[in-house]
Design a protein around this ligand. Structure first.
Ligand SMILES: *Cc1c(COP(=O)(O)O)cnc(C)c1O
Length: 228
């Protein structure tokens, strides 16, 4: 795994250089879904301390088994499951509706915290993916300004699987949304993160302005899904 991580870090640095961003801090999230705790500990020992999980149950199971790391929820979140993760995650990347925002806000108030969230954008309008459409973003952001205990930190996206040029164009549209949102001055806004890029496309994402990338396979190798 050390070798994989070195390769990912080198690829990040090369992409940052190409983009003239070598002095910027780009956050690498280790996407640990399906991976065993032993693997997570190995990654932690290589300096990876932010883990991304896409399922509430899996996150809740792993949470007590490893300390000194941060958890980010990157997969879709049902309203009735917010209560299980509200005190465990440092950021939710998958905010995709105002109903979910209201629930996260309510639970955050109850335990006296502010929850950092990213608005997930379905940039390719794929029925298989969650997230809001690009055209709806500005209205939704305005509505989100009313939730006192959310900190709106930016956007997350997973673009359609397509060729490099098309992927780049999707990322560029996200960067545009991000730059526009930075101008908003709502009290609970601190627009600073653009979470995009996975194993296959994180270099393009970095070249187009991502500052959080989410890498699973590139770090841990191919995922083995257990039969349910
Ligand atoms: C699984 C997953 C990733 C990581 O995918 P890889 O191709 O393994 O790097 C990133 N983001 C989300 C939302 C995921 O579900």
């Amino acid at each position: 795994m050390k070798e994989n991580i070195d390769i990912v870090r080198n690829r990040m640095l090369e992409a940052q250089k190409r983009a003239g961003r070598e002095n910027e801090n780009i956050i690498l999230i280790a996407v640990s879904k399906t991976q065993t705790i032993d693997k997570l500990i190995e990654a932690k020992n290589e300096g990876l301390t932010i883990f991304g999980e896409n399922k509430v149950q899996e996150l809740v199971e792993k949470f007590p088994q490893i300390s000194g790391v941060d958890w980010h929820l990157i997969g879709s979140l049902q309203k009735n499951k917010v209560k299980y993760i509200i005190d465990k995650v440092k950021m939710i990347h998958s905010l995709d509706s105002l109903e979910l925002a209201a629930e996260i806000n309510k639970r955050a108030i109850a335990i006296g915290i502010k929850m950092p969230v990213l608005l997930q954008v379905n940039i390719g309008k794929e029925t298989s993916k969650s997230g809001v459409y690009e055209e709806a973003v500005s209205d939704i952001l305005m509505e989100l300004s009313g939730y006192s205990n959310l900190t709106i930190n930016g956007f997350m996206t997973v673009p359609p699987i397509s060729g490099e040029d098309s992927t780049r164009a999707y990322f560029r549209r996200m960067k545009n949304l991000f730059d526009n949102a930075k101008k908003l001055k709502y009290d609970n806004f601190d627009i600073k993160f653009l979470s995009m890029g996975m194993t296959e496309d994180f270099e393009i994402a970095i070249e187009e302005g991502a500052n959080i990338i989410r890498v699973g396979t590139g770090i841990f190798g191919k995922r083995v899904y257990k039969e349910e």
